[in-house]
Design a protein around this ligand. Structure first.
Ligand code: GTP
Ligand code: MG
Length: 396
């Protein structure tokens, strides 16, 4: 039995692209989609559609698309009231593709011939292989920047891309996997990914080009199986560039906002702050108890007090989303927390006592300042995330 063909919608935002869009629609339909049909690169059947999201261009782009829609039944036009930013245009396009065009996959694609149409079948092939999110990268082998780009544009693209990558992902695995975060050529699986994204464009940090970073980050966060294919990026065929002068600044701002507001970052920063408060509690009581108790007791008791402080602050702040509030649960969790913290108390008491024995009792706070970040913090982060405030597994 033949499998049902999947639908892929090539979403093309346009603003004053009258000299390009007609040629692009013809090219896609007569050449690219024919190649796909003839399975030059692909194995499966594809139902290919084109959706142009036009920012009500004054140059008649919409008219050109309307004419083409009469000629080809797979061409659709969505006209915005006015130019609203490329990010907003894409989200409107995604929504329309899902609601009206039965999209299984959506492409982000430029209509000015900067993205070679020949890359489309290659990207679909990756989707056939089970990927959820495939982007065209100028940085992998076989990919390239346009020959005609001046130094300034290359510089901004290279440095901007790297800085964005660094801010958003370093030091985690996506930093190494995503080589070209500002690329414009992408395809995303709808089921489980586009349909899980927030497509209300008012949630974007920017409606302009920087939305690329936000969508990239959010899609990867959904656990998309991701791949890059080489992109030979060209200079535009005709018409004027719409790249805004503020793009570089905007990309930088968006990358920072994405990283800052990410749950993990917030949790980590709060964890650090709570840890620091815990350290202060620990240090104050270590010194206080040392006035009337002999080692190892001050180490042990002050550690216990910092553990109580950490539990309260982490439960009400750092891990608020997984907060435990019923009194019996709190008691249970606190006991569990304390049990898992016994390791921390033991580590601290042993190393503190050893340090005092070897180097004298004058520098207790210094010993503590070394023991906590290097031994206790990694131990706690692991224990908290693995046992205490472990996220419940979400069923897919
Ligand atoms: N609907 C809509 N389309 C836009 C908007 N801004 C840009 N576009 C289109 O989106 C495509 C990609 O835009 P950009 O990559 O930002 O800029 P560009 O004009 O292609 O820049 P060059 O690389 O110099 O060609 C272009 O073909 C534009 O016509 C917008 O606000 N609304
Ligand atoms: Mg362009």
């Amino acid at each position: 039995m033949k499998n049902k063909a999947s639908t892929a919608v090539i979403v093309i935002p346009t603003y004053n692209e009258a000299d390009n869009i007609g040629k692009m629609i013809d090219y896609l339909n007569t050449k690219t989609f024919k190649d796909i049909e003839e399975k030059k690169v692909n194995k499966e059947d594809w139902d290919m559609k084109i959706l142009v999201v036009d920012g009500n261009s004054p140059d008649g782009t919409g008219k050109v698309v309307e004419e083409k829609a009469k000629k080809y039944s797979n061409v659709f036009l969505y006209t915005e009231t006015s130019k609203d930013g490329i990010g907003a245009a894409y989200l409107k396009g995604f929504k329309y593709s899902m609601e009206h065009l039965k999209a299984d996959f959506v492409f982000e694609f430029d209509g000015d011939f900067q993205h070679p149409p020949e890359t489309i079948p290659v990207m679909l092939k990756a989707m056939e292989d089970g990927y959820d999110y495939v982007i065209g990268s100028r940085k992998v082998k076989g990919g390239s920047n346009p020959k005609g780009w001046g130094f300034k544009r290359v510089f901004f693209s290279e440095v901007g891309g790297f800085v964005a990558r660094f801010i958003m992902f370093f030091p985690f695995k996506n930093f190494f996997k995503v080589t070209d975060p500002t690329t414009g050529l992408k395809v995303t699986r709808v089921c489980g990914f586009v349909d899980k994204l927030n497509l209300d464009y008012t949630h974007l940090y920017t409606k302009s080009f920087g939305y690329k970073l936000q969508l990239l980050f959010e899609t990867l966060k959904l656990g998309a199986k991701f791949k890059e294919v080489p992109l030979q990026f060209h200079v535009r065929n005709a018409g004027e560039s719409k790249i805004e002068a503020s793009t570089a600044k905007d990309i930088f701002r968006v990358a920072i906002l994405i990283r800052w507001y990410d749950d993990f970052t917030q949790k980590f920063l709060k964890f650090g702050t709570v840890g620091f408060i815990g350290f202060l509690v620990n240090a104050i009581f270590l010194n206080l108890f040392s006035k009337f108790l002999n080692k190892p007791w001050p180490w042990m008791f002050s550690a216990e007090l910092s553990i109580i402080s950490n539990f309260i602050l982490n439960n009400t702040w750092t891990f608020k989303s997984q907060k435990i509030s019923a009194p019996s649960d709190i008691a249970k969790k606190f006991l569990q927390f304390n049990t898992s913290s016994i390791g921390a108390i033991i580590i601290q008491t042993i190393f503190g006592t050893i340090a005092e024995t070897l180097f004298g009792t004058d520098h207790k706070t210094l010993y503590l300042a070394i023991i906590i970040p290097f031994l206790i913090l990694p131990y706690n982060w692991f224990m908290y995330n693995t046992f205490i405030w472990r996220k419940k597994k979400q069923s897919k």
